[in-house]
Design a protein around this ligand. Structure first.
Ligand SMILES: [Zn+2]
Ligand SMILES: [Zn+2]
Length: 264
């Protein structure tokens, strides 16, 4: 078997996702291969849209689907006005009132990062959320824009950080190392967006970000319950970037996750 061959070579078996000539042979020889994340380690989906913004499904049906996927929790993260039929602050607070009745649902939001790095929601709203994703929609940001957004302590995750849409939009022109440095410093997680045309961050960025001590959040960015199964593509991408369970927010249990995001 393959394992036997590795054994003969005097090294542990290397998972296929790590075989990219990115230092895996050296790491294996020193017995320092990462214990990369598995689908079964994922305790919830942290990026889901509902019919309250531009999603197709009700909160009720999404919660049902989450149970089918054996999740411990999910985060509902609808858009804010005016992106994607997004919610005004008033509507968002109304939605969060509804979400209060679900123990396993985090009151989240995908707020917009504006051109100057400020956010589409005021801080007195953001601080009421369980999980805040901040994302750029509709323009190409500079590195400074993203860095400024990360300085807001209410931001937990930067959504689809490089903005690529495979075959449609190329990545923003960003100094990723500066972003990784700031993400580590401000304890802002970077998303591994599992939507098949995004896969953003991608593998080489994940591997680099991990060296800076950055944490990741895997989210499907689902706009329908069918898309919630896309989580596997985020896990594959994370594996190709050598991400481990300990690097990923949604490998934490619900209580640990809530404590983690509120401690910074
Ligand atoms: Zn988005
Ligand atoms: Zn989204």
């Amino acid at each position: 078997t393959e394992e036997d061959i590795y054994k003969k070579l005097g090294m542990p078996w290397i998972p296929p996702e790590l075989r990219e000539n990115m230092g895996e042979i050296e790491a294996a020889m020193k017995n320092r291969l990462p214990e990369i994340v598995d689908l079964g380690d994922i305790k919830g989906d942290l990026h889901i849209h509902t019919e309250w913004s531009d999603g197709l499904n009700s909160i009720e049906n999404i919660v049902k689907k989450a149970k089918e996927l054996n999740y411990e929790y999910i985060a509902i993260t609808d858009h804010t006005y005016p992106t994607g039929n997004g919610l005004t602050e008033k509507r968002l607070l109304e939605q969060w009132d509804v979400l209060e009745s679900y123990d396993e649902v985090l009151k989240g939001v995908e707020c917009d990062i504006l051109r100057d790095g400020s956010l589409s929601l005021r801080n007195n709203i953001l601080e009421k959320a369980d999980l805040v994703i901040a994302s750029v929609h509709g323009f190409k940001p500079t590195t400074e824009t993203i860095l400024k957004a990360m300085e807001n302590e209410n931001i937990d995750v930067i959504g689809h950080p490089t903005g690529r849409l495979i075959g449609v939009k190329t990545e923003y022109d960003l100094d990723m190392e500066k972003i990784f440095e700031k993400a580590a410093e401000t304890k802002t997680a970077l998303e591994i967006n599992a939507y098949p045309r995004r896969l953003d961050l991608r593998d080489i960025h994940i591997k680099k970000a991990k060296e800076y001590g950055v944490k990741f959040s895997i989210g499907t960015d689902s706009h329908s319950i069918k898309e919630m199964s896309n989580i596997i593509f985020g896990v594959y991408t994370a594996r190709r970037g050598w991400a481990e369970k300990k690097d990923i927010l949604n490998c934490m249990g619900l209580k640990e996750l809530k404590d983690y995001v509120h401690s910074f």
